[in-house]
Design a protein around this ligand. Structure first.
Ligand SMILES: CSC[C@@H](O)[C@@H](O)C(=O)COP(=O)(O)O
Length: 353
């Protein structure tokens, strides 16, 4: 069965599934330019580290396709850089958009230096580079799924079927398709090795109950929803075999920023002797940051905590703290970091960059 598709791109036309309307309604909205993409990312119509970068970059491709080639390559590259700098400001924690912008600026420099390429050809090359992200991300996710599933099966060789816990949404809605942590779960299911996935509600914004639960039901993967406050009890009661989560930014030492609540799951997994995995493409690894202390953590609006939709559920006047992410120290990532290049211990990432 085809997995859900949340980003549709065809010949310079970009549409995204508005995730704020899920699970009630599957509505696609057009993205005409980088301003639309910036707003959709900030409002979380599209979210998840890889999807943020893909939609950002494709919105630039949409604009460039419509643009008459500027007079010079320098002018073209200045324009591209300005738009990328703007897109990077949409959300601070996920590193994927930053790294995608760096790679595109590097390509611009190479094209500017290459005297055999004219400005129209340079523009086409930049568009092709941006458009390739969609297919590349799906290929990476499938590889992550295979590496992760075989590592988990190897480490649980005596068990017929496995029980996995996951957090937030890391599936087709958070990527170009297939997913990272949810991709590993998908691969286990395809291999008939999945007994049950336990997905956490993921307060305060409910990416687990709204989005992951939606994907799991849509794809008929056996799943049970638990509130975040039930995680320890569920680990013990259901004898969870592994926890698998995604990442917004992995530091060079393996410390991992991911959706708020990930850190507490890692602590709980350790105390229940459960393997804890992070699944992420190399485009989520920031080798320029030595450890998790310097990862910027986004603070989200208090209304995402105090309200469900338009209904207030917290007492009016209460002070709130609403960080979108937390950092799990590398030593708690006991299963490993699952990437498209294989599964690594957190301190073994660097040689593979
Ligand atoms: C493959 S998605 C990886 C992460 O981006 C995901 O786990 C996560 O934390 C998403 O947070 P969100 O605030 O919904 O964008």
């Amino acid at each position: 069965m085809a997995t859900l598709q949340a980003i549709k791109y065809n010949d310079g036309q970009l549409e995204i599934l508005d995730q704020l309307l899920l699970p009630e309604s599957c509505t696609f909205v057009p993205i005409w330019n980088v301003e639309d993409a910036w707003a959709a990312i900030r409002e979380m119509k599209v979210r998840g580290a890889p999807a943020i970068a893909i939609v950002g970059c494709l919105s630039l491709a949409v604009e460039l396709r419509k643009l008459a080639a500027p007079e010079t390559k320098e002018e073209l590259c200045r324009l591209v850089q300005e738009k990328l700098d703007y897109l990077v400001t949409s959300r601070p924690t996920a590193v994927n958009m930053h790294l995608a912008a760096e790679a595109c600026v590097k390509l611009c420099t190479q094209l500017t230096d290459n005297t055999s390429v004219n400005v129209a050809e340079a523009k086409d090359d930049i568009v092709k580079h941006l458009e390739a992200m969609l297919a590349n991300d799906i290929a990476d996710n499938r590889a992550i799924g295979e590496h992760g599933a075989s590592d988990i099966m190897k480490k649980n060789a005596t068990k017929d079927k496995l029980r996995i816990m996951t957090h937030c949404n890391t599936g087709s809605l958070a990527t170009a398709g297939y997913g990272t942590a949810l991709g590993v779960i998908r691969s286990l299911h395809t291999a008939s090795k999945l007994d049950q996935v336990y997905c956490t509600e993921t307060r305060p914004y409910n990416q687990g109950s709204r989005l992951t639960a939606f994907e799991l039901v849509y794809e008929k993967i056996p799943a049970t929803l638990v509130c975040d406050s039930m995680a320890a009890a569920a680990m013990k009661q259901f004898k969870i075999d592994a926890v698998i989560v995604g990442a917004d930014r992995v530091a060079a030492n393996g410390d991992t920023a991911n959706k708020i609540g990930t850190y507490q799951l890692a602590v709980l997994a350790k105390s229940h002797d459960i393997l804890f995995y992070v699944a992420a493409p190399f485009s989520s690894i920031d080798f320029q940051i030595p450890n998790g202390h310097s990862i910027p953590i986004e603070e989200r609006p208090h209304s995402e905590m105090t309200h469900t939709g338009s209904i207030r559920t917290a007492a009016a006047g209460i002070n709130c703290w609403n960080p979108g992410f937390d950092v799990t120290p590398a030593e708690l990532i006991t299963g490993g970091i699952i990437t498209e290049k294989g599964v690594f211990k957190p301190d073994q990432l660097a040689p593979h960059q």
